[in-house]
Write a protein that binds this ligand. Structure first.
Ligand code: DX5
Ligand code: ZN
Length: 227
């Protein structure tokens, strides 16, 4: 079972307290910052932009987990004109382009890890043909575009199916990231099913309560899950 990593979704963060929030994340060794970028076309919403990401990159060492909910990401990836490191993740949606391989290839060329993302209605089996061309899987547990949604039924089974497919194909070290309604009750179930990177938003860590305590609560709940 891979070590659990927490990736808070900054679209859910209180913008008036962002510096305090990032400092808390650094103090608590949060592994990633989840940055939801939306173009109002692939999803019916707009969110976070290149300037926001560039300024954030200059202000923290926490690796990025950039979630591109944009149409044809291969055509606009270079709008993120700052250095990526090999710790950074850039996720692109299978459903967002006819050339997902090009998008994944460009991400690797830019020095980040290329994560393939599939929506709840896309069969898990779809990822098989791209094995070797992506570095991790982002499995959406809600339909992308908005925070505060409920997990799509069947998501836990999909995590299990993806974990089995990757393990049997020779990728037992490949991460499965889950995004959407990762709350205190569901996160342990998602881990048990095979996920190791947890996008946490309004449903838990960036919801009500003290931020430091919320992080610790999520960490403990995940730690308690054994093989
Ligand atoms: C939705 C985004 C998610 C969302 C998570 O399209 O990809 O990252 O912000 O927020 P919650 O935890 O509220 O589902
Ligand atoms: Zn996201």
């Amino acid at each position: 079972m891979l070590k659990s990593k927490i990736s808070p979704s900054l679209m859910c963060a209180d913008i008036f307290n962002l510096r305090y929030i990032i400092d808390e994340f650094e103090k608590n060794n949060i592994e990633y910052l989840h940055l939801d970028v939306m173009d109002g076309h692939f999803v019916p919403n707009y969110c976070l932009g290149t300037d926001y990401c560039r300024r954030l990159k200059a202000g923290t060492k926490i690796p990025f987990d950039l979630h591109l909910m944009v149409t044809e990401p291969e055509k606009t990836l270079n709008a993120f004109n700052f250095e990526f490191s090999k710790e950074d993740i850039v996720s692109v949606h299978y459903e967002s382009t006819d050339n997902i391989e090009k998008a994944l290839e460009l991400i690797r060329e830019r020095g980040a890890r290329a994560f393939l993302t599939i929506n709840p209605d896309t069969p898990v089996e779809t990822i098989r043909r791209y094995l070797g061309k992506f570095d991790g899987l982002l499995l959406m547990t809600v339909y992308p575009g908005f925070a505060g949604q409920k997990m799509v039924p069947g998501s836990l089974e999909r995590i299990t199916e993806a974990r089995k497919l990757l393990d049997e194909a020779g990728y037992p070290e490949m991460s499965i990231e889950v995004d959407g309604n990762v709350n205190y009750e569901k996160a342990p179930l998602m881990k048990k099913a095979g996920a190791d990177i947890f996008v946490v938003g309004t449903s838990s860590v960036l919801g009500p309560g003290d931020l430091g305590e919320n992080i610790l609560k999520m960490r403990n709940l995940l730690e308690e899950v054994s093989e």
